[in-house]
Design a protein around this ligand. Structure first.
Ligand SMILES: NC(=O)C1=CN([C@@H]2O[C@H](COP(=O)(O)OP(=O)(O)OC[C@H]3O[C@@H](n4cnc5c(N)ncnc54)[C@H](O)[C@@H]3O)[C@@H](O)[C@H]2O)C=CC1
Ligand SMILES: N[C@@H](CC=O)C(=O)O
Ligand code: NA
Length: 453
């Protein structure tokens, strides 16, 4: 029989061994609500792991009414987050407000006040991570952010601790649940883009501004954080290449399928001799790869290390309780470690802050990948030879060609080309030449292709 859980706040009122660690929760929306509920439901289990109770001692949310309805009378609720920061008894602040404006100010103020911070805010860390981690380092406090990448999947823990023996070669993953949900719903159920996006928003997956999801920005925030932890470089979101899913056409899904691929939005951080590739864009992924079969709001991250080989991490990347799972894991980590000598804690970005590498983020023109090209061409003899001639002159070798029969009476048709790996700069130049051909009748569609082997 399941033991009766002790009342939630008894841990705070009547400490069994040690006073419960005091937590201030800033923002009790989708994720904050999940954190409150899971902490309440699993408090006994969590305390057994953490070694002491974890008590939400104060909550702040602009929507005080809603917050009160969620937490009841036992916890003070404030409209102003600074009222929580001002409480000297608060040990840990959880920032679940989002955005880079007020969240940055509150996180820096919490750090300055000597409080540890747990956040799910990838935008904040990808853009202001250097400033925040430096401030935390100087003040001797922790900033924990497992929920910021791939929601409930413990990918930060895996990269930062489980894989420390390895020289990481690349990290590639589906790290935005909203866009993966949209792509899956469009492919499987034939839903249109707007309906699929509205559903993702209703399910609590999307960002406050969903353009961050569909334009690839959220995935780029996460890829930026992954690149820092994988390669020991500073977070440099401004150098990431970002392309979302809004320009994908139904015909590209169909051709990709015919050629044995699926289209996924991937975040990629890859080591080259001269620097790091950091990019987010739609990709053709071989249909037989596990990553190609990750559907709905699920996320999956592949990591290749020189010693371990390829590893794969799969799970829910968005939503209330999956994300809360990661936030609470961080709370437990901080509870266990907060009395440890700051020098002996796991470094924020996996590498010691004075040992970060200066390897540059490479410009997109230096990226090495292969391509799917879709050309709308005049239905006349010699067009294929013109196009393949340009690719051959640029030393870009062709993997496969699909030429659609022109429809009865139509003067144009479509030509699909898969290439082998080349440098993006060489492909840009070849594309410009192909585009200038009078027989190429519309802008050429280019989707990058990743074999992930
Ligand atoms: N929803 C998800 O599946 C995931 C979200 N995240 C991140 O978690 C964070 C929170 O996201 P959600 O819970 O989805 O957002 P949300 O919009 O549901 O919740 C944010 C809450 O903060 C409150 N708030 C806004 N400004 C405030 C202020 N100045 N002071 C106090 N409260 C304020 C709002 O009233 C709202 O209740 C974001 O950084 C998001 O990127 C991370 C992983 C997954
Ligand atoms: N909007 C994000 C939420 C989790 O990070 C997503 O869809 O993945
Ligand atoms: Na995570």
């Amino acid at each position: 029989m399941k033991p009766d859980p002790a009342p939630f706040f008894d841990l705070m009122k009547e400490p069994t061994e040690m006073k419960a660690i005091q937590v201030g929760l800033l923002g009790i929306g989708t994720v904050g609500g999940g954190v409150f509920e899971v902490l309440r439901r699993n408090q006994t289990e969590i305390q057994r792991r953490a070694g002491r109770g974890i008590a939400i001692a104060a909550v702040a949310d602009l929507d005080q009414e809603r917050a009160r309805r969620l937490v009841g009378d036992a916890v003070p609720v404030f409209g102003d987050a600074r009222a929580v920061l001002a409480n000297p008894d608060i040990d840990i602040v959880i920032e679940l407000i989002g955005g880079v404006g007020v969240a940055r100010a509150l996180v820096l103020e919490a750090i300055a006040a000597g409080k540890h911070v747990v956040t799910a805010n990838k935008a904040l860390l990808a853009v202001h991570g250097t400033e925040i981690f430096q401030a935390a380092q100087q003040r001797g406090v922790m900033v924990a952010f497992e929920a910021a990448v791939a929601g409930g999947i413990p990918i930060i823990k895996a990269l930062r601790e489980g894989l420390t023996a390895n020289r990481i070669q690349w990290v590639a993953g589906i790290i935005n649940g909203t866009t993966n949900f949209i792509l899956s719903e469009m492919r499987d159920k034939g839903l249109d883009f707007a309906t699929a996006l509205a559903q993702a928003q209703q399910l609590g997956y999307a960002e406050a501004d969903p353009r961050n999801d569909i334009e690839g920005i959220d995935a780029a925030h996460k890829a930026t954080i992954l690149s820092a932890i994988a390669f020991g470089i500073p977070v440099q979101f401004e150098r990431a290449y970002v392309e979302g899913i809004t320009r994908l056409a139904a015909s590209d899904f169909k051709y990709a399928e015919q050629l044995g691929y699926r289209i996924k939005l991937l975040g990629i951080a890859k080591r080259q001799a001269s620097g790091i590739e950091l990019r987010v864009h739609p990709c053709l992924v071989p249909a037989k790869r596990l990553l190609a079969n990750v559907e709905g709001a699920m996320n999956a991250v592949m990591v290749q290390g020189d010693a371990v080989g390829t590893t794969l991490y799969y799970g829910k990347g968005a939503g209330s309780e999956p994300t809360a799972s990661a936030v609470i894991a961080d709370l437990v980590d901080v509870t266990r470690l907060h009395t440890a000598d700051p020098q002996n804690r796991v470094p924020h970005l996996a590498f010691q802050p004075d040992a970060l590498s200066e390897l540059p983020i490479l410009p997109m023109s230096a990226v090495q990948t292969s391509y799917y090209l879709r050309l709308c061409v005049a239905d006349q003899a010699g067009v294929l030879a013109q196009v393949t001639g340009i690719l051959a002159a640029a030393e870009i070798s062709i993997d496969a060609v699909l030429q659609r029969e022109a429809e009865q009476g139509a003067a144009q048709t479509e030509l699909i080309i898969l290439t082998h790996q080349t440098r993006e700069g060489a492909m840009d130049a070849a594309l410009a030449q192909m585009q200038a051909l009078p027989t190429v009748l519309a802008p050429i569609v280019r989707i990058r292709k990743e074999e992930l082997a």
